[in-house]
Design a protein around this ligand. Sequence first.
Ligand code: SAM
Length: 248
Amino acid sequence: WGQLYIVATPIGNLSDMVPRAIETLQQVSLIAAEDTRHSARLMDYFQIATPMTAYHDFSDNDKTEKLISSLKAGEDIALISDAGTPLISDPGYRLVQVARSEGIRVVPIPGACALIAALSASGLPTDKFRFEGFLPAKATARVKTLESLKSSDATLVFYEAPHRIVACLSDIATTFGDQREVVVARELTKTYETFLSGTVAEVADKVQEDTNQQKGEFVVMVGPGEQKLTEIDSDTERLMGYLLEELP
Ligand code: SAM
C-alpha cells in the first residue's frame, strides 16, 4: 500500500517550506489540494510537477474512496491545504480518518502552523492552551461560545477574519472584562507581521484607531484569568477542620 503524507506549507513566507515537504511533494504520485489553482503558485516556485486533484471536506464520499483506492493500489499521496498545516481549521479530517481506519500509513510532514507560531511568540502562558479555531460568525453565537470559555484556566487561541476582528475584540471585552490580557498576532511571517498586546481594552483601541491593523490574517489569544478557588476537596476540608480546632 502507498502512504498518505500530510504536508504543511508556508503561511506567508515561502522560505518556511521545509526541504522534506518539497521532496515529498516531488516524489508522491498525486497531491490532493484544498484549491489546486491556489497551490499551483507554490508548485511553480518549488518546481514540483506532480499532478494535483482538488480535495476538501465537502468533497463527496466518492472522492475520498477514490483516493483510498489509489493508496491501496500502492500510490503515495500528499495532502496539502492553502496554507499551513492541513486539518488545522482546514480540510482533511475525513480522508485521514478513513485512511487510518483502513490501516493505511499516515505520515505528517510538519511545518508552519499559524496557531503555534503566534502562541510561541506571544508571551502568554503556553503550558496549557485551548485552540478554538474560528469563533461563530453571528454575534449571539460568538458571545455564547466566549461565555462557555470564561472559566478556562488555559490560554485561548482563536483564528479570526479581518472583517470581524473589531467585533471579536469587543465581544471578548464584554465577556471576559476589558482588563483581560490579550495578544493579537497579524500577518505572521509576512512583511507587516505585528503583535499587539495589552489589556483587551488597549488592544481593541489600537486596532480600532488604525485601519491597517484591521487588514490581513489574525490569530487572537486570550490569557488565562485569575483562578478563584471555588471548591475544596473533602481531604482539605477535613484538614482545615482539625487546624481550626487547634486555633486559640
Ligand atoms: N491550516 C492553517 C494553519 O496551519 O495555521 C490555518 C488555516 S485557516 C483556514 C486560516 C486562518 O489561519 C486565517 O484566517 C488566520 O486566522 C490564520 N492564519 C493563517 N495564516 C496566518 C498568518 N500568516 N498570520 C496570522 N494568522 C494566520
